[in-house]
Structure formats: C-alpha cells, structure tokens
Design a protein around this ligand. Structure first.
Ligand code: ATP
Ligand code: MG
Length: 571
C-alpha cells in the first residue's frame, strides 16, 4: 500500500464546513466532538467524486481529532453486491484513510428502524397505504399543484399496526402496500408529501438474506443511521438539500439524537461521466474493459492507470469544498498526478515507436555502460547504468528527412545529443523501396563526447532519448486519452445518446515499444517517467515478467500550465 502523504499543501482559508465545525467547537454544540461518516451505497465502484467526499469526511475527522465511520447504505438489495462492499473498503484504504473498528451497515439497523416505524405509527405519524406506486406518484401532485391525501391516510393506529406487522410477516405481495409518513400532502416540498418509509420487496439481501421482505427507504434510513452512530456533521451532496426537512422531521418525531445535515457541491469533471449508473452501463455494454479500465474515473481505474493516493488527495484539497455546483477541468486532476510523479518517479529511457539507428563507426561487439540520473528532483535516487551499443532505437518522431524550421532533432547531416551518451550525426537514410518509409538511419558518433559533453564547445541544440537495440526489452504500451471526445458528454443533439460522445481514440496500443534493460525487474504497479514521453506504470493485470505491459498515466505535456498561461493572458 502506498502511504505517502502529499507534500505540504499551501495554507488556505477554512472552507464553509470547517467554519461550521470550528463554530460548533467554540460554542460546545457537540461537546467538541467531530464525528463524520462516509456512506456509500454498495451498488458500484467508487469514483473520483466519492474521493472528494472521502477526503472531506475523513479529512475533517483527522483535522479536528474526531472520527469518521465507513457505513454501507445497503437498503436496496436488488442492486447491491458483496463485490462492491469489498472494492469500496479497498479503495478507501488505498486512499490512505482508516475507519478503525467503525465499519457499519445500515442493514444492521433494520430491527431498530422497524421499531421506530412502529413508534411513528403509534404516534399517528405513519400509515399503511394500499395505493400502487403509480397511484402514489399520481396523488403526490407537482411543484405547482398540491398533492391529494391517500384514501388510506386515516386508518386507525390499530389497523396500521396490524397491517404493518403483516407486511413484515410476508402476507402481502411485493409492491401491494407501503408504509408512509403522515406529513403534509400540500407541502411545497415534494419530499414532505407523505414519503414512503417501507416497501414490500422479496429480494435476498447480501447481509440479512431473506430475513426481511420489507425494506426501509433511503431517506428514512439515513438520518436514523446517523443518529444511532452519534454523527455530528452529516455531510452530503447538494441534491439532498431539499431532503433535509424530512431528515429533520424523522429525528424530531422520534425524539432521538439529531445530527446536523450539511450539503456541499458534488464533483463534476470534464470529459467523463460520474454516476454509478452510467459507469455500470459502460461496463455492462463493454465500452470499457471493466470498472478498473484505466480510462474510467473510478478509484480502481485511476489506480490501475498509475495515479497515486497522494495525487488524488492533493487534487481534492486543491479543488476545495463549496456550496455551488461547478465543473472541474480534467487537466487539474492530470496535473495533480504529474506533480506527484515528477517528485517520485524514477526516470528511464523508453522508445514508444522505434526507428533503428546504426552507428557505423562504433565496434559491433562493444557495449558502453553509461551513467544515467534516476531522478533530477531527488539526488538521493542516485544513478544507474544504461548500455550503449552499435545498434540503437530512437523515436520515429525524433527524425525528419526534411526538418521544419525550429526542429532541432535528428535529420540528414544533422548532429544531436543522445541522452547520457554521445553526439551522433546522421549520415544516410535507408528507405523501404516500396513504401518510401524510413526504416533505418546510419550515423557516426564522436567518441570525445561521452556523457554528452562537447570538449570543443560546439553547440548542439537537440537531445533525444534512445535504447540499445539488443539490450532493450520489448514491451506493450497503452496510451490513454479522454473517454469522451467532448468536455460535456451530455452535450448531444436532441434524441442522441450520451455514449455517442465516447472518444473512439481513447485507447491506443503500441506493441513494438522498447525500454531500457533496467526495467526487467519492474513489478506490477511500479511507476516511471519515460523521459520526454510521460509517466507510465506497469499494468497490474496484464503485465508479466518478460512481457511487460505499461499504462501511460499522463503525458509530460503540461496542458494545465498552458491553461494557466492563457488565463493569465486574459486577465
Ligand atoms: P452516484 O450518483 O455516482 O451514483 P451516489 O451519490 O448515488 O453516487 P453514494 O454511494 O450514495 O453514491 O455516495 C456516497 C457518498 O459519496 C455520498 O455522501 C455522496 O453524496 C458522495 N458522492 C457521490 N458522488 C459524489 C460526487 N460526484 N462528488 C462528491 N461527493 C459525491
Ligand atoms: Mg446514492
């Protein structure tokens, strides 16, 4: 597990939730306690939006010496699976947070929730309703018209107690009855128009099995679970703002411990989608290879792509916490991992699209072991040896037969520096007689320039990377681009599907890559900077010793710096 903590974040002012917490601590509202929770529904894998919530909830507890629970909101057995329960724990841990012994399940509270429902019935605050789902909806009214009371609203307490007990006992078919709160069918807030508390559903639950055939609804379960766990600040996303009156209503009617619900803006990112329903659709329809496809915005996808926990935490710190919705540019996330890997990733030489180079004046049987710097950002990382020989590979892109102005790399008659090695001059070009494609270059090297120096002081502008043809290792390289071709996947012509915006070029596989021999011992998940190319990591699923597969985490090109620059210009 990677437990590196992010570099010191610059001091920043308190976000609005921290302000609330500090004010509460000052007034002693919760006796100085800070107790939050992260409450995922186990119906999919966690995504980067969840990471924002995780960093916020666990981060607050950490900052104020409090606690944060992990609680599965598992009230919907038809969509929930053990696979998700396990992946969620793995992802939260990987991000660097711990819930210690406080792992909870809403399903553990089913008995208590049932007892509280009975209490509400006794108090005349809940009733069994025989309307169908469609009829309930139809009675609810709209934003502009009030709802109508259910004809079952005035059942006696005795009748309600009897019917609810029989619902629980399995006497009625699925969907035939519900238990509803008796609030106000004329409320301007639709959530307050006698919301459903319980439904009849014969589905096996991943924890309670077939013990229950009635299941509590989310709104009824959530606040009560917060209360049981004595949460202080119940933090959720903005779409729950108009559920808050209901959250408060339940707790007030029951007269139990009452946490404070606080809403913040969910994370939205450009060029991707961020709802579990949609991510599941991409997986099921095989638009991606799985939840952990490195193009997915899931935590496991980002992990497989090569993101570090520290980079995700620093991204979450950077974007902050606000009360209004916004969309963050994907470049901000990419920049976070670029910054982190720039500090930590060892540099190596790798050629993505090889072009053979023969150094005609270099002896065929000779190998020169040259010193290469492992990480210019970290002197302690030291140096390693890379073998130089008569036959090399360079990047196809680093040669132009007819170089444009400002192109300082290799060209006929042109001299360049081979990184850590020698200066070489291109003397001739071999082409495929049929296609005219350049297949091989011949060069001469200057033995006096070992290490890349020019004793005579001559200026050579271009430096390119290379690997020895014989000693290098063949590898597969997977280059990723945005999953969607447009910033907002929902931006489609009327009637078209959001998936029509998927980027057909989001994955490019290069099967002829070559890397320096020091990578022979690379382990699954290891991260590197391929000099001049980007950050890559060894794929955890498909890479094998002798047949390495690398994922490109992010290119070196700093699109963020460009954005900042152009924004700076605008100002
Ligand atoms: P999705 O809409 O992606 O299916 P969800 O809200 O249904 O997500 P939950 O499992 O209920 O998923 O979410 C667990 C917690 O994570 C909740 O507190 C929720 O508010 C928070 N969360 C979910 N998506 C985001 C997001 N994009 N940004 C910030 N927090 C989020
Ligand atoms: Mg949800």
């Amino acid at each position: 597990m990677d437990t590196t903590k992010p570099a010191e974040e610059p001091a920043r002012s308190l976000n609005f939730i921290e302000q609330i917490v500090e004010e509460d601590n000052r007034t002693g509202k919760w006796d100085g306690r800070v107790h939050t929770r992260f409450p995922p529904e186990p119906n999919g894998y966690l995504h980067i939006g969840h990471a924002k919530s995780i960093c916020l909830n666990f981060g607050l507890a950490e900052k104020y010496g409090g606690k944060c629970n992990l609680r599965f909101d598992d009230t919907n057995p038809s969509k929930e699976e053990v696979e998700y329960v396990e992946s969620i724990q793995e992802d939260v841990r990987w991000l660097g947070f711990t819930w210690e012994e406080r792992l909870f399940y809403a399903s553990d509270y089913f008995e208590q929730l049932y007892q509280w429902a009975v209490q509400l019935i006794r108090a005349g605050q809940a009733y069994v309703c025989d309307l169908s789902g469609d009829e309930v909806r139809e009675h609810r009214g709209t934003l502009t018209s009030p709802g109508r009371n259910s004809p079952y609203r005035d059942r006696t307490v005795e009748e309600n107690l009897d019917l609810f007990a029989r619902m629980k006992a399995g006497e009625f078919p699925d969907g035939s009855r519900t238990l509803r709160a008796k609030v106000d069918m004329a409320s301007p807030n639709l959530n307050m128009r006698d919301p459903v508390l319980y439904r009849i559903l014969r589905a096996s639950h991943h924890r309670t099995g077939d013990t229950w055939c009635i299941y509590p609804m989310y709104d009824y379960t959530h606040g009560e679970s917060d209360s049981i766990e004595r949460i202080t600040h119940s933090i959720c996303t903005l779409e729950f703002e108009n559920h808050r009156p209901l959250y408060d209503w339940f707790l007030d009617q029951l007269g139990i411990y009452h946490p404070q619900q606080i809403e913040f803006a969910r994370l939205n990112l450009t060029y991707t989608v961020m709802s579990k329903r949609r991510l599941l659709e991409l997986v099921k329809e095989k638009h991606v290879s799985g939840w952990d496809d490195p193009r997915m915005p899931t935590i496991c996808g980002l992990r497989r792509r090569g993101y570090t926990p520290a980079s995700i935490r620093s991204f979450c710190a950077r974007i902050g916490v606000a009360k209004f919705d916004s969309v963050i540019d994907m470049a901000v996330l990419e920049n976070a991992v670029r910054e982190d890997l720039n500090r930590t990733a060892p540099r190596v030489l790798a050629v993505l699209r090889p072009l053979k180079v023969i150094i005609d004046n270099y002896p065929a049987d000779q190998i020169d072991e040259l010193d290469a710097v492992n990480n210019p950002e970290d002197v302690a990382a030291g140096t390693r040896k890379v073998p130089f020989s008569r036959e090399l590979y360079i990047e196809q892109d680093d040669f132009r037969e007819d170089p444009p102005k400002d192109y300082f790399r290799l060209a006929p008659g042109r001299e360049v520096r081979l990184r850590y090695a020698y200066l070489v001059t291109c003397t001739s070009v071999v082409k495929d007689p049929k296609t005219g494609e350049v297949v091989e270059l011949h060069c001469t090297y200057d033995p006096a320039t070992r290490g890349g120096n020019t004793p005579d002081g001559r200026k050579v502008k271009g430096t390119i990377h290379w690997v020895s043809a014989r000693e290098s290792l063949p590898v597969e390289l997977r280059l990723y681009d945005h999953l969607f071709g447009v910033a907002d996947p929902d931006d489609v012509p009327k009637g078209a599907d959001w998936k029509s915006n998927m980027n057909p070029k989001s994955l490019e596989v290069l099967r002829a890559g070559r890397v320096e021999p020091s990578l022979a011992t690379a382990q699954a998940g290891d991260r590197y900077q391929f000099e001049r190319q980007g950050y890559f990591c060894v794929d955890v699923k498909d890479s094998k010793p002798g047949a390495l597969v690398f994922n490109r985490t992010v290119s070196l090109k700093d699109t963020w710096a460009k954005i900042e620059k152009s924004q700076g210009k605008k100002k």
